[in-house]
Design a protein around this ligand. Structure first.
Ligand code: NAD
Ligand code: MG
Length: 300
């Protein structure tokens, strides 16, 4: 033992991934991962599966990019077939995920659709059940986030669409899916640190993320007797298309993530194992929980 630092055996989380400042950039929503600089890390080159979801059927919304892509890659490498939901204009990103899931030796079912209506959510569940027979893991990641400085400029149309995409779709999707989810199944929803610590520019979005958290905790109690678990992931700042396509004011992007205790934005790859844990029977006594992955920013 020396009296200085002992020898380092694990990566330092403060320096393990790209550091701010990020270059300023802007895309029209929903944005493409392929056009971001730097490209986010979804675990393409790093995630190693251990058979923890062998033979499962998973539905992942927002699966083309960002957090949903990292989940789809990890689930496939853990042995799951994956139904990929995304918007039609995200096809170029989605095709990369299809390829990655198939390279893992699993089936990828691509279902492009806009989930802001009940019909679309019912169609997504029907596609999954028709092609793969049931749903073992339902992962709701899709979300809409558009920063607006003043309530005076926040339109009723945006307020309504943010709620329909983030909250109503979750209601419609879980309602349609539950009859097809056997005991042992898991639902995982995606809230945000915004649920607890809202930005002044995200009135509508932050409110939906609080609603997702509360909805999930109520549903968890309701379906526990059926042997279905419901848990929530609450990310802090992650480097994804959502943020460079209107989620943040453009001038805030260079320092995005810098205010966290770890001093940088998270990469989607750093969230995948949380979703895998909540999907697998390793977390069999965990339901109604929110797991915060925030780079150290405090949450309740
Ligand atoms: P992302 O842009 O990669 O993913 C969002 C996805 O939502 C899109 O790829 C798109 O497929 C889907 N989507 C949006 N509107 C849709 C609609 N009407 N119909 C169907 N799909 C639609 O960005 P991300 O950051 O990975 O976002 C994933 C989730 O993580 C979102 O729910 C977001 O609120 C949440 N989140 C992100 C952060 C962050 O800092 N990136 C932080 C906290 C929570
Ligand atoms: Mg996308």
């Amino acid at each position: 033992m020396s009296d200085t630092n002992p020898e380092q055996t694990a990566p330092d989380p403060t320096t393990a991934y790209p550091q701010p400042p990020q270059p300023e950039q802007e895309q029209p929503a929903p944005g493409l991962e392929q056009e971001m600089t730097p490209r986010p890390d979804h675990g393409e080159g790093s995630y190693v599966g251990h058979g923890r979801l062998e033979g499962r059927v998973a539905v992942v919304t927002g699966a083309d990019s960002g957090i949903g892509r990292a989940v789809a890659i990890a689930f496939a490498r853990e042995g799951a077939d994956v139904v990929l939901s995304y918007l039609p204009q995200e096809e170029p990103d989605a095709q990369e995920v299809v390829r990655l899931v198939e390279e893992a030796g699993r089936r990828a079912i691509a279902v492009p659709d806009d989930l802001s209506t009940e019909d679309a959510n019912v169609r997504l569940v029907r596609s999954a059940v028709e092609q793969l027979g049931r749903i073992d893991v339902l992962v709701a990641v899709a979300g809409k986030q558009v920063a607006v400085e003043s309530i005076a400029d926040l339109t009723s149309e945006q307020f309504d669409l943010t709620f329909r995409t983030n909250v109503h779709a979750l209601f419609w999707l879980t309602k349609a899916a539950l009859p097809h989810m056997p005991p042992g199944s898991a639902i995982i929803t995606t809230s945000s640190i915004q649920a607890y610590n809202p930005s002044p520019t995200l009135l509508d979005y932050a409110s939906t993320k609080a609603a997702i958290n509360t909805f999930s905790k109520a549903l968890a109690q309701q379906v526990a007797p059926q042997g279905v678990r419901v848990n929530v992931v609450a990310p802090g700042p992650f480097w994804t298309p959502l943020q460079v396509s209107g989620g943040q004011p453009t001038e805030a992007l260079p320092e995005f993530g810098a205010q966290t205790p770890l001093g940088r934005a998270g990469q989607p790859a750093e969230l995948a194992s949380t979703y895998v844990y909540l999907a697998s029977p390793e977390s069999s006594y965990t339901t109604g929980a929110t797991v915060s992955v925030t780079g150290g920013s405090p949450t309740p």
